[in-house]
Design a protein. Structure first.
Length: 362
């Protein structure tokens, strides 16, 4: 059942090249994406005034990333990423000129379903990105796009997250195509999406390095994750993964926010996982990382190929890829880091305490 792996989570991490390939099957053209499902919604694209991305937990982290891409390509269209539990009670403006995009592995999360019902009552267009076939969210949405992650048994989401990321990139590209906006470097983006399964194969080879770095957490109770721009969403997910399976208190911060408070927590030996995959802002992040090192932090740096890392002892480089897509390989690295930390601490990685696979209570 575990296909030769010790745990379901380990198996699911290693299935990612295959399930990403399945999720992208038939979706990629040369300089466009293929999403016939969007035509089912009968959206009058000229009338749309706002777009919400709504989800919980890991799926919310995927939604924040998708909203950022959407904003990058459609800066004039107001867009928001919201936790479903906030959307429900937040009196956000929703009408027939609104598109609400729901993201969920199970398709049964109570808050996400309630948010969908609310959006439907207010006549919004509803699009869902769901993994479980024929789940409540899938049945009730105007349009459903399926991630092809297959059953995810481990409570902590891994392959569902990365398949959400790739499908959300396609969905956002598909939406933008409908508004006929030009997307810079679209050919490169589509080509790199197509290469994603092999990129993830390469990333999986870093497993033993991450196992070694995870030893740093052996006797630790805290870890901090930092990143800027798109890297922030990746570290938010990395911190969530670490805390839920290893019970290490892990927080994620936007790198520039460190000096506004969180840096007070850094002391000699504090583990800081830093992501600097966005070349445009890497110099700023590196300077924030150095501020933590000056206070004694032990840093693990994940960065792009050409970054100067001479000041760092623990570095992992992501293969060359379009900067808008580094979140996908970064997610896999952070999953392996959390996985090994949990194993080192003797935790039941597949069934962490207090958590259920599908949260059907509000
Ligand atoms: C974390 C995790 C949860 C879920 C969240 C939403 O690893 O799995 O945070 O992402 O409970 O669940 P779905 O995606 O089923 O709506």
């Amino acid at each position: 059942q575990k296909g030769g792996y010790d745990t379901f989570m380990e198996k699911e991490i290693h299935e990612q090249p295959y399930v990403i390939k399945e999720t992208l099957r038939g979706r990629l053209g040369v300089s466009d994406v293929v999403l016939p499902e969007l035509d089912l919604a009968k959206i009058d694209w000229k009338m749309i005034e706002r777009v919400y991305f709504i989800a919980c937990g890991t799926a919310y982290n995927a939604s924040m990333y998708a909203q950022d891409l959407f904003r990058t390509w459609m800066p004039k269209m107001p867009s928001f990423a919201l936790a479903a539990s906030e959307f429900r009670y937040g009196d956000y403006y929703v009408d027939e000129n609104t598109i609400c995009i729901f993201v969920s592995q199970s398709g049964e999360t109570a808050d996400t379903l309630a948010a969908l019902n609310l959006a439907k009552e207010q006549r919004a267009h509803t699009i869902s990105v769901v993994n479980v076939l024929d789940s409540s969210l899938a049945r009730k949405s105007e349009v459903t796009l399926y991630t092809c992650a297959g059953p995810e048994i481990a409570v902590a989401s891994t392959k569902a997250y990365t398949t959400q990321l790739v499908l959300l990139v396609c969905l956002v590209l598909g939406l933008v195509q409908h508004w006929k906006e030009t997307i810079p470097q679209i050919q490169e983006i589509v080509k790199d999406l197509d290469r994603m399964p092999e990129i993830i194969e390469t990333i999986l080879k870093e497993d033993s390095t991450l196992q070694e770095y995870a030893q740093l957490l052996k006797d630790k109770h805290d870890a901090y994750f930092i990143g800027r721009r798109l890297d922030y969403y990746s570290v938010a997910e990395g911190a969530l993964k670490l805390k839920e399976i290893s019970y290490v208190h892990a927080d994620a911060y936007m790198a520039g926010e460190l000096k506004h408070g969180p840096i007070a927590l850094i002391e000699p030996g504090t583990v800081v996982v830093a992501l600097a995959t966005q070349e445009e802002v890497a110099a700023k992040t590196i300077s924030n990382i150095e501020e933590t090192m000056a206070r004694g932090a032990t840093v693990i740096l994940i960065t792009f190929q050409n970054q100067d890392t001479s000041k760092f002892d623990r570095v992992i480089r992501i293969p060359s890829i379009h900067p808008l897509l580094t979140a996908i390989p970064a997610a896999v690295l952070l999953q392996m880091f959390a996985y090994h930390a949990a194993c080192i601490k003797g935790c039941d990685v597949d069934k962490p305490r207090n958590l259920a696979k599908s949260v059907t209570v509000e």
